[in-house]
Ligand binder design. Structure first.
Ligand code: C2E
Ligand code: MG
Ligand code: MG
Length: 716
């Protein structure tokens, strides 16, 4: 069925007659009176047609083989309750003798008809239909505004729908019209709509993609498809993709459209509710086992791709049975609800809390930054439960035992992970309850150690447990010391000296690095000034920086404070490649500002990150420090020599200084001899300030070629 726009607005009639001649005559009589006539040769055909179009007027022959006209009207009324029904008959007298049957139709047309009489009867029928619609659509109570998002690129179609919805007076429609899918999704992120009417062929999306995209931004939005085609398979596909209904454009009049929208909204609400009930625990509203399983398997497949960790926690309340037995199940239920709230408050929104049954809960934690995320959450839960809970006038004390397992270490399915977490929980119970345990004992002790170290780190600054060691750099052209690098150390009261690799990541994660970094800068500058005054006025100082320090925004001020008013020409800041990728604009600005102050910038661990030539061009860099791994490779892997030489050549072509790190042997030195400087055990290990003062006092010029040839430590 194809129609023009004009056809769609003409009054439309359905006429049913089993005689072809009668059908033709009916259509011809009305055609030039401005009516549009659809013809059907049987009642069955008519019953099919009314599903697609809401006819205001239906005229039918009385005597027909299978289903007679009056029967047919009875069958059509439920679908088209407001339509006017006319019976067309050659024997109107017979009808008069059957008042009961004749009362089922709204009017009678006698065969043969005159065009005028027919037209008049039809017009009366249309008036009757309008009256019925109006009374049905009259507002019974305050009209509610229904916000409709109309996604339609054809302006004519959009106008038609808007006009049709205007005619529906019972509900007030507020139609917002957009022409593209991307405008629709943008709008849905900001505003709420009760329903979307959507064309499936848009300038920027085709077919089911449109439905899926809309659902992905607003999964509670009922969707009614407005299609240009009467295509049953397409309609089924649309509903399977998540639409609530499928209407053919123009075939839906105001009432059918209104009904479709109302049903779509109701259907969606019911579906959402069922969906919720199927996936949630009815007491607490938490996820149930089924939803938990779904989330865990999704998290696992995601974590597999991103090589992240996922934690599953199994939590069982301690002595919950005693609460139930002594205070009754009502209080027990209330307690479970409160515990559910505590659990939800202890995790982030992306995590899932489930009730598996009774007093057993499970928690899925995704995107673990560090392994101790799950222990941190566990501790938070234990702390939250430690306070007595006020319920119906009783102050109840409750605690929990928690077991934790990790993907991939402890299993790669929900079954395995839950079993592992359950096992760990059992250990927590045996240990005396009110605690958490990790499934693997090694992980447990490692994580706990790290966790404790992290806590101790907080007080380390105040307790002055940090100190700085200094490692000299050798200038290969002069054989003299060119600078020193400040390297942070943690003097732990029991564990002794701890290397930065073990605690800098924790300082970074906690944000403490900003303060500690500033302390390093300050302390090292003060120390170097002493050496300047002590006969080494040109000694350069290198200080390592963390990304957090650049982001904190105070770096420039910190440098200025450390330098005082003096010249900053002897300070070099070491940054890593990854740091340059973040927030490039701001970093460029900051580095340029530092540079104007005289500060040198070097790239630390060069070659291990992205080593992009574009940042070498964009950033004001003075020096590349070849990472130790390349220097180690000189003796251990055939390509080591080639890489080291290539980096040196690159640096020199770009007019940058280059320093090799971690040089331990004469052989390594001979390969990197093209460098401006070296740093490594061959020249000197890092030393305390005191030892370095002595070292400087005894310092002599190194014969670099001898150092290279014989491997004799020159001045270590
Ligand atoms: P880095 O900046 O690359 O420092 C050089 C590291 O190599 C130092 O390790 C140093 O002790 C070691 N090293 C030097 N020569 C040799 C050698 O010949 N052989 C071997 N095997 N190692 C050598 P350290 O002191 O453990 O520092 C590790 C990293 O910690 C540093 O690497 C730096 O990235 C970071 N770091 C140290 N202090 C600070 C600091 O104050 N702030 C920040 N943000 N990071 C720091
Ligand atoms: Mg460094
Ligand atoms: Mg380095």
């Amino acid at each position: 069925m194809t129609e023009t726009q004009a056809d769609l607005t003409r009054p439309r009639i359905l006429f049913i007659d089993d005689e072809p001649l009668a059908r033709e005559a009916f259509a011809l009589s009305l055609a030039d009176r401005g009516f549009l006539v659809d013809l059907a040769e049987s009642g069955d055909e008519a019953l099919g047609l009314v599903n697609h179009y809401e006819y205001p007027v239906v005229a039918t022959d009385w005597r027909m083989p299978r289903l007679d006209g009056i029967e047919l009207v009875g069958r059509l009324r439920p679908t088209l309750p407001d339509a006017s029904y006319l019976l067309v008959t050659g024997a109107p007298d017979e009808l008069a003798s059957e008042p009961e049957r004749s009362s089922r139709v709204d009017g009678v047309i006698a065969k043969p008809w005159t065009t005028d009489a027919l037209t008049a009867a039809i017009e009366r029928a249309f008036q009757l239909h309008s009256k019925r619609t109006e009374s049905r659509l009259m507002p019974t109570e305050e009209p509610e505004t229904c916000r409709v998002l109309l996604v339609e690129d054809n302006p004519g179609d959009a106008l038609l729908v808007t006009k049709q919805l205007d005619k529906v007076t019972r509900s007030e429609y507020d139609v917002v019209h957009v022409e593209r899918l991307k405008d629709a999704t943008a709008l849905l992120k900001e505003e709420t709509f009760q329903v979307a009417l959507v064309d499936l062929s848009l300038p920027d999306a085709q077919g089911m993609e449109t439905i899926r995209e809309l659902i992905s931004v607003s999964d509670h939005l009922p969707i009614v498809v407005l299609s240009g085609f009467n295509d049953e398979p397409l309609a089924i596909e649309a509903v399977q993709a998540g639409a609530q209904d499928y209407l053919v454009k123009g075939e839906a009049g105001p009432r059918l459209l209104h009904r479709a929208i109302t049903y779509a909204i109701e259907r969606k609400q019911v579906a959402d509710r069922l969906q919720f009930l199927a996936h949630h625990d009815s007491l607490t509203g938490l996820a149930n086992r089924a939803l938990f399983r779904e989330r865990v398997s999704r998290a696992i497949s995601h974590a597999r791709r991103t090589e992240e960790q996922v934690a599953v926690m199994f939590l069982d309340l301690d002595h919950f049975k005693a609460v139930n037995d002594s205070l009754g199940h009502d209080v027990g239920d209330l307690l479970l609800e409160r515990v559910a709230d505590f659990l939800l408050e202890s995790v982030r929104e992306i995590d899932t809390v489930a009730r598996l049954g009774g007093d057993e809960f499970a928690i899925l934690i995704e995107k673990l930054g560090e392994e101790n995320d799950a222990p941190v959450v566990s501790q938070r839960i234990l702390d939250a439960l430690a306070r007595p809970i006020e319920l119906n006038g009783h102050a109840i004390s409750i605690s929990a035992s928690i077991g934790i397992s990790f993907f991939p270490d402890d299993g790669d399915s929900l079954g395995q992970l839950l079993k592992a977490a359950d096992g760990a929980m059992y250990r927590a119970k045996q240990n005396g309850r009110n605690e958490y345990q990790l499934f693997s004992r090694e992980t447990h002790s490692r994580v706990v150690k790290q966790f404790n170290l992290g806590n101790e780190l907080r007080g380390a600054v105040a307790r002055k447990e940090f100190e700085i060691h200094y490692q000299p750099q050798l200038d290969l052209r002069t054989g003299w010391v060119s600078g020193i690098e400040a390297l942070l150390r943690w003097q732990h009261p029991e564990k002794g000296l701890i290397a930065p690799g073990q605690f800098i990541p924790m300082l970074e994660a906690s944000g403490l690095i900003v303060d500690v970094g500033e302390w390093v800068l300050d302390q090292a500058c003060r120390q170097v000034r002493e050496w300047h005054a002590d006969g080494f006025p040109d000694l350069r100082l290198s200080v390592n920086l963390s990304a957090k320090q650049l982001e904190s925004g105070d770096l420039f001020a910190a440098v200025s404070r450390a330098m005082g008013d003096g010249d900053a020409g002897w300070l070099e800041l070491e940054i890593t490649e990854s740091l340059l990728l973040k927030d490039a604009e701001q970093t460029v600005e900051l580095l340029k500002k530092l540079k104007r102050r005289g500060v040198r910038i070097s790239i630390d661990d060069f070659g291990t990150g992205f080593s992009s030539l574009s940042y070498l061009r964009r950033f004001p860099i003075d020096c590349l420090k070849i990472d130790r791994s390349f220097v180690v490779d000189i003796e251990e892997a055939p390509e080591g020599i080639r890489f080291a030489t290539a980096i040196i050549a690159l640096a020199h072509h770009l007019n940058l200084d280059v320093v090799a790190e971690g040089v331990e042997t004469a052989k390594q030195l001979s390969v990197v001899r093209g460098c401006d400087g070296i740093q490594g055990f061959l020249y000197s290990r890092p030393k305390t300030a005191e030892d370095l003062t002595d070292w400087l006092r005894d310092l002599e010029v190194v014969d670099v070629s001898r150092l290279r040839g014989e491997g004799a430590p020159g001045a270590a």
